[in-house]
Design a protein around this ligand. Sequence first.
Ligand SMILES: Cc1ncc(COP(=O)(O)O)c(C=O)c1O
Length: 415
Amino acid sequence: MRTSEDWHRRDLSHFRRTTGADLFDVHEHFADWLSTARPGGYHLYEAAAHSAPSTSIRMSAHGDALINLASYNYLGLSVRPEVRAAAARALETYGLGAAGSPHLSGLLAVHEELAEAIAAFKAVESVLLFPTGYSANVGTISALVGPGDVVITDILAHASILDGCAMSGATTRLFRHNDCESLEKKLAGTTGRVLVVVEGVYSMDGDVAPLDDIAALCRRYGARLMVDEAHSAFVFGEHGRGVVEHFGVEDQVDIHLGTLSKSLGGMGGYVGGTRQLIDYLRPYSRSQVFSCALAPAVVGGLVEAVRIARDEPQLRAKLWANVHTMREALVSRGVDVGDSASQVIPIMVRDDVGIFPITEELMAEGVFLNPVRYPAVKRNQSRFRVSVSAAHHPDELVRSAEIIATVLARHGVIA
Ligand SMILES: Cc1ncc(COP(=O)(O)O)c(C=O)c1O
């Protein structure tokens, strides 16, 4: 006899690749499980906010605003008045949607303006825009490699990288996270054409790839190198050009990929590189050719967001000061923040069921964080993932660190 407590014996992985006679048989089992999993904690996912994802956020229509540590708005740009005004101007000029693929009727002058602004910012010859960062990875990888080729990527690579590898039909090999010895073994044991794909900053741990060593290995073994800077472009490096700038390896990286949804606060993805590379990708990256071009209002806002990221280096200085404040506030209270070296700071809980009541208590005490658990991370590696923003006030960060430490201690996660 199952009880309502049994939901946590199963997770999302149990409802894939089922064997029922009808394809839809599994839906009933899933609905049954969800009916107990939701009250058990899953209601915390896909909870709609009632305000902008700024440094504070309202999770109900009339409730108090919570300190928001969960949104990717690393430079606070999504709510900047200049960005909103630029988005409104583009909406007025172009209307709501682009109404076509960028390959056909959907390309607008404002898309070209944005691609040029990003290319100038990243100091690459040319840039191609995608509807999302996810589709940038899928479209780029599947355009560049195919059956008979090999992609070597980090075992913690983002789902969009893995999905791009799967779609390409190339052989995919995984190396141990950020481990150059493991990467070298894979490179040494591979013949033929090889693409290595890594991230600048890893999204669940906030740690940084050793790009100088990775780039050197790729050169030694004649492999092409692609870096996904979803979490590091516009924030890392003196000029914000990312982890490639931080390590001084910009011209040793063949493919510079990123998203417009995190540091720039909009949506969309981009890939940058030589003009020849981008001209080749333009007709062959199917996720871009066979999708509507980005909405003009978002693109107009993003042009302004790139300008601000370029003209206000003090935003990056503020971000790193805030990261230091938050890390110190957490570590000095005994909170385990893993190997983070960025604005993404994991708070290790390691309790896949206990993380739900902890999340609810944090919200009751004024802090908004999302529980991250399997399958986003390994089992028993559950965590919160703090996203520090330049827009946070240091007092908000210290206050939320106090609340986090108090709640974690109450649940025995820290002493
Ligand atoms: C490393 C990495 N690449 C790509 C993406 C996808 O970006 P987007 O959300 O803009 O589709 C993410 C999003 O979390 C990411 O972390």
